[in-house]
Design a binder for this molecule. Structure first.
Ligand code: NIG
Ligand code: FE
Length: 412
């Protein structure tokens, strides 16, 4: 199986050597070849270059991309794509004046989604989740992280992991599973938070870590959820079972969660709508990438992560959807790229780096995904005709995608 894409107007994110992360000033640079070709064999990118250097290369499929752009698929490093039902009533309640925190306090929010998920069969959940995954692949996502966290019992958290494993097996995109049992304190443990933490540490983590059912450990480190001590205990237990930390921090309150993530070599710290100068300092020189979730800010009306400050401090930044029923009911990475430019003042180059190579870093797959590089997986977006790549965030809300190639096959 081979595919030759010819007459590409702009081939984006081309890397001669296998770069796995870009930070600070380097994020301003998006390597582009104008009037290019790209050759795919089986599931791998084997060659690319200028059209004028292409001599009669044979391929089973030839795609003429005149007027179109080609780029690596988006890497969505933060989603809660497996969920039951929806939270449209809470959406309307918020419009009428309640806050996200008010709704959570009266038993809505994450606990509402947990109740719905616990009462839904694994097969029914698989079906709705598979539909969502197909939807986001068509929008250009080729690698994705998916969290548990709406189970909140051992059985339901493992049910979620099972579904994520089935998606991983049944779909050609890269799927990375995260255990987020520490997403909220379940109703039954309302007066016994420690009891739930012990269940997570002694029971859920050991089971989830078996056969790499989960690869990452996540905690919602936030007032009213899990404090620094709780988060530290859960991360320690996760690390002891070889899970890599990735945490929800600084969404509503900043109280040191970023430093804790760095201490435990978290691969990423996500949200950061509230950011202190100390948080920026502690990230310098660490392995931990900050991840911004601008659709969550948009949907909840909370501040946007100060991505400018992070990048201007020399740090890397990734952006992701946070696809979930409560704070971002959209898995559209194109919209994330646009929001990063429009609301966070990232340049198109920075936003595309954040959504491809840095997103891949944030889930530990940037050796094989996130750029156009010989030997990397052939996960490719072919856009509709457009003047140049600035058009992607500029003409927001439009469908820019013509075709998506995953593992060297056109995704239909
Ligand atoms: O990343 N903040 C915690 N978790 C999700 C939202 C979960 C929900 O509201 O269902 C988030 O925004
Ligand atoms: Fe989230």
């Amino acid at each position: 199986m081979s595919i030759l894409i010819k007459n590409i107007k702009q081939l984006l994110q081309v890397r001669e050597t296998n770069v796995t992360i870009v930070a600070g000033e380097d994020m301003k640079h998006l390597p582009v070849i104008e009037d290019a070709y790209l050759l795919i064999e089986h599931d791998t990118i084997v060659e690319y270059g200028l059209m004028r250097d292409l001599y009669e290369t044979e391929a089973e499929t030839i795609i003429d991309a005149t007027g179109k752009l080609v780029l690596p698929t988006w890497c969505d490093s933060h989603t809660h794509l497996v969920y039951a039902g929806d939270r449209t009533q809470e959406f309307v309640d918020r419009i009428n004046g309640l806050s996200y925190e008010d709704i959570a306090k009266r038993g809505g929010g994450i606990l509402n989604s947990a109740k719905q998920l616990q009462n839904t069969s694994e097969d029914a959940l698989y079906d709705t989740s598979a539909k969502r995954l197909i939807e986001v692949i068509k929008m250009g996502t080729g690698a994705i992280e998916i969290k548990t966290g709406y189970g909140l019992t051992k059985a339901s958290e493992l049910k979620m992991l099972n579904i994520i494993q089935r998606l991983k097996k049944d779909f050609p995109v890269k799927v990375k599973p995260t255990l987020l049992a520490a997403h909220a304190i379940p109703e039954e443990f309302k007066n016994d938070k420690n009891g739930y933490i012990e269940l997570i540490i002694n029971d859920i983590i050991p089971e989830a870590a078996k056969n790499k059912q989960a690869e990452f450990i996540d905690v919602f480190c936030e007032e009213g959820y899990f404090d620094l001590d709780d988060t530290e205990r859960i991360l320690q237990a996760g690390v002891a079972h070889r899970l890599i930390p990735k945490i929800h921090v600084n969404q509503f309150n900043a109280f040191g969660g970023v430093g804790l993530g760095v201490k435990y070599k978290a691969l990423s710290v996500d949200h950061l709508e509230e950011l202190n100068p100390e948080d920026i300092e502690v990230l310098k020189g660490s392995v931990t990438i900050p991840v911004a979730l601008p659709l969550c800010s948009y949907f909840l009306g909370i501040p946007y992560t100060d991505g400018r400050a992070l990048i201007d401090a020399g740090l890397p930044l990734a952006i992701a959807t946070d696809y979930n029923p409560g704070s971002s009911p959209s898995g559209n990475m194109n919209q994330v790229v646009a929001a990063a430019c429009i609301k966070m003042k990232l340049t198109p180059e920075e936003a595309i780096n954040a959504a491809t190579i840095n997103g891949a870093y944030a889930i530990g797959v940037s050796n094989m995904y996130g750029s156009i590089c010989r030997g990397k997986k052939a996960n490719i977006i072919i856009t509709n005709e457009m003047p140049n790549y600035h058009h992607l965030p500029y003409a927001f809300g439009r469908n820019h995608i013509d075709q998506v190639i995953i593992n060297g096959k056109i995704f239909e």
